[in-house]
Ligand binder design. Structure first.
Ligand code: AMP
Length: 460
């Protein structure tokens, strides 16, 4: 049985016709300021984090306010119509169903409109994409000239993964649908020729992964000398993935005078190093520490030997009737093997990772989102940036090596009004990792016992 089909109202971000439930003002208030009395309002979106903390971000702030006060002010004072975005953009926002800007939007949009550089701590799920896309669209539309040379973008958005690039460009299209601006997405792993063809026309906004972008530069099919806006999205992940040299090469090709926006989940030393020389006197927008996300997720640990994990997982999926579970493995090979095992045991699943063709990844993701594929097995990097952050169930088949990744993984669970569920299958060898995670989230995770689970002798 697939209860998903009938019960799931979650929208598909790839399908512009459907949207996530808009956030009502009280719900907005409840997540920007969890201390206010109406905190129980259950509409609050699970992945939106409290954030108004920087004094400069609240326009007109005179005296230091408590966080609750400034949050309340931001919530009461700011609506999309206050953000001075042009009418075609406002119309697109209304059609999308958004009623109130998310905290990152309320803070970032005025900063970008004012023309300054921005350094923002925000992850997928906070509304960051609209946070940079809306003001950029506004400025580009206001200064739109026609005709414009082909293949010479005015805005360049760099992302670490193909999926994120595709998603961001989808957002650009959605928010800019009533504007005369054009966009293009380019990433590796697919034929370069259609991209070359597209660059023979006008391209205002280019969303790209660094490697393929440089291929185009090498083939002289792309002219970066007209870039007025540079956005580095998920900059920390780009550095993790070893893109620093590519990023520096791209920076060297851009005109000096431009507006730079950097989004990152964390501000590591490496990120700070990158921002020096890149950002000029940036405004900063910060989110609450990300381990706060963990508080609204039901978490449990099953202590189990590595060899028996897959059997236990198959048992849990069947017994608990999970219909949309994202399973994390540490390696690509492990992801493949697990997906094969589950499929062989009657649980439809697919693996998604960097070695898969783009077509296979896109297909698996679409099926997972529409409910026809109940289990998606992914590595951290592949899962990063996927807009699948309102899941009922996340499984850590292995614990991640970096405790912060645990928080990031489980932050994808939870639907509007409901707590998320995350389980971890933990072998004795991973005990140290578990301790590090519990230290980070400052709580002990419940140990669960799988009832009715009888492992076959020695596991499979
Ligand atoms: P992002 O963090 O940019 O990946 O956005 C996460 C999700 O939030 C996306 O599915 C957006 O469509 C949605 N979203 C963005 N801004 C708003 C808003 N102001 N109100 C409701 N939903 C939003």
């Amino acid at each position: 049985p697939n209860p998903k089909k009938s019960t799931q109202a979650a929208p598909n971000p790839y399908n512009p016709g459907t949207v996530r439930p808009p956030i009502s003002a009280p719900a907005f208030l409840s997540y920007v300021s969890p201390d206010l009395p109406d905190r129980e309002i259950s509409l609050r979106p699970p992945r939106l984090v409290p954030l108004p903390v920087s004094g400069q971000a609240v326009a007109g702030a005179q005296d230091p306010m408590t966080q609750a006060e400034s949050a309340a002010q931001a919530a009461v004072a700011i609506s999309f119509s206050d953000l001075a975005l042009c009418e075609p953009i406002q119309r697109a926002i209304t059609e999308t169903g958004y009623t109130v800007p998310t905290p990152i939007q309320a803070q970032a949009i005025p900063q970008v409109l004012a023309g300054g550089d921005l350094m923002a701590a925000a992850q997928t799920g906070t509304g960051k994409t609209a946070g940079f896309t809306l003001p950029i669209l506004h400025i580009l539309a206001a200064t739109h000239v026609h005709p414009h040379p082909p293949g010479r973008p005015r805005c360049l958005i760099l992302t670490p993964t193909r999926e994120l690039a595709a998603q961001v460009e989808e957002s650009v299209k959605t928010y800019g649908k009533h504007l005369p601006l054009t966009s293009l997405v380019m990433f590796g792993g697919v034929n370069i020729n259609p991209q070359i063809g597209a660059l023979k026309k006008r391209v205002d906004i280019l969303v790209a992964t660094p490697g393929r972008l440089l291929d185009h530069v090498g083939q002289r099919t792309l002219d970066l000398s007209g870039v007025e806006f540079l956005v580095l999205d998920e900059a920390d992940r780009m550095l993790d993935m070893g893109f620093i040299r590519d990023i520096r090469k791209v920076l060297a090709l851009l005109p000096k005078k431009r507006q730079n926006l950097l989004f990152s989940a964390t501000f590591s030393d490496e990120i700070r190093q990158l921002t020096q020389g890149l950002l000029h006197d940036p405004a900063t927008v910060e989110v609450a520490p990300r381990n706060t996300t963990a508080e609204r997720v039901d978490q449990a640990v099953y202590m189990i030997g590595q060899k028996q994990k897959r059997e236990l997982l198959a048992h849990l999926i069947k017994e608990k009737q999970w219909f949309q579970a994202l399973v994390f493995t540490r390696t690509k090979h492990g992801a493949n093997k697990l997906a094969e095992y589950l499929t062989k045991h009657g649980i439809e699943s697919a693996a998604i990772h960097g070695n898969k063709s783009q077509a296979a990844r896109t297909r698996a993701l679409a099926q997972f989102k529409d409910g026809s594929l109940p289990v998606l097995v992914a590595t951290d990097i592949a899962a990063r940036g996927l807009d699948i952050d309102q899941l009922p169930q996340v499984v850590n088949f292995e614990l991640p090596n970096v405790p912060e990744d645990y928080v990031h993984r489980i932050g994808r669970t939870g639907r509007a009004g409901a707590a998320g569920h995350a389980i971890s299958l933990v072998d004795k060898e991973e005990a140290n990792l578990l301790t590090a995670i519990e230290r980070l989230i400052k709580r002990r995770i419940d140990r669960a016992v799988a009832e009715n689970f009888v492992p076959s002798a020695g596991g499979e």
